[in-house]
Design a protein around this ligand. Structure first.
Ligand code: PGA
Length: 312
């Protein structure tokens, strides 16, 4: 008893994670938010921040980490991955979601801890029916999914899905109660042509035009050049777009949505680079591909939420 009191008492003033969130102080939130957006000065100061300083979250949403398993795995490899996830220690203050291939969702649902929610990797644009090869939102719900990933660059650029179609899918999924991980991101040539913001805002607008509410939307900024390439965006590159996305939401949707909506980063996130990325104020989590196929490494990425805490 005494020792546990002592142990607890060793860090009496250690700030809690949620205490760092700017929206806990509403007035300060409003003021600092307006100072923050559109501020290139802030980007500079953010990149020069002392590593031992307080790192706050600009948004008010809970840290969110999704694992996108894509078209990978077998019954055996997924059994092992689920077992590794079930035994991993995960920080409590994180929403954790995995997105297995459709054919393994049932296996995962029946064996994975309830601590982790399940997402589909895609869904049909409306009610199911005569749509060969498609999976409906109703079916995803029936099998226990709470989320769906929409607008992933592999669906945009390999399969050819267009902004408006993706927006309609999002609206339908939300109307049926699924959460949507709404992906946006520019290709390398678009970045090099200085069109990063234009591309991201167009994709964002297609979601905004379609969805009735942002309550269950998580925006995933995934630069296409960083996906599966091992070429991760620098924390500053990612932060720059995340700030811009939050600012876009503020101007085009509402200040409340800008604050509440999680904006997560995806593209070659791994156990080695997640902590530095997570320190950026507007990075509210990650969407992870390759590294989510390894349970311990995925757990490290989930637990990078701790780099948002004070290191003073
Ligand atoms: P990656 O994929 O982590 O393998 O780059 C990310 C994604 O596509 O969501």
């Amino acid at each position: 008893m005494a020792s546990s009191l002592t142990a607890a008492g060793t860090q009496p003033s250690a700030p809690s994670f949620s205490g760092l969130r700017r929206t806990c102080l509403k007035l300060e939130a409003a003021v600092s938010f307006s100072h923050r957006v559109n501020s290139s000065i802030r980007l500079v100061s953010s990149s020069q921040r002392s590593p031992r300083g307080v790192v706050a979250m600009a948004g008010s949403g809970k840290f969110f980490v999704g694992g996108n398993w894509k078209c990978n795995g077998t019954k055996d490899s997924i059994t092992k991955l689920v077992s590794d996830l079930n035994t991993a220690t995960l920080e409590p203050d994180v929403d954790v979601v995995v997105s297995p291939p459709f054919v393994y969702i049932d296996q995962v649902k029946s064996s994975l801890t309830d601590r982790i929610e399940i997402s589909g990797q895609n869904s049909w644009v409306g009610k199911g029916g005569a749509f060969t090869g498609e999976i409906s939102v109703e079916q995803l719900k029936d099998i226990g999914c709470k989320w769906v990933i929409l607008g992933h660059s592999e669906r945009r650029h390999v399969i050819g899905e267009k902004d408006e179609f993706i927006g309609k899918k999002a609206a339908y999924a939300l109307s049926e109660g699924l959460g949507v991980i709404a992906c946006i991101g520019e290709k390398l040539e678009e970045r090099e042509a200085g069109k990063t913001f234009d591309v991201c805002f167009d994709q964002l607008k297609a979601f905004a035009d379609a969805v009735p509410s942002w309550d269950k939307v998580v925006v995933a900024y995934e630069p296409v050049w960083a996906i599966g390439t091992g070429k991760v965006a620098s924390p500053q590159q990612a932060q720059e777009v995340h700030v811009a996305v939050r600012d876009w939401l503020k101007k085009n949707v509402s200040e409340e949505v800008a604050s509440k909506t999680r904006i997560i980063y995806g593209g070659s996130v791994n156990g080695g680079n997640c902590a530095e990325l997570a320190k950026e104020e507007d990075i509210d989590g990650f969407l992870v591909g390759g590294a989510s196929l390894k349970g311990p490494e995925f757990a490290t990425i989930v637990n990078s939420v701790t780099s948002k805490k004070v290191a003073a």
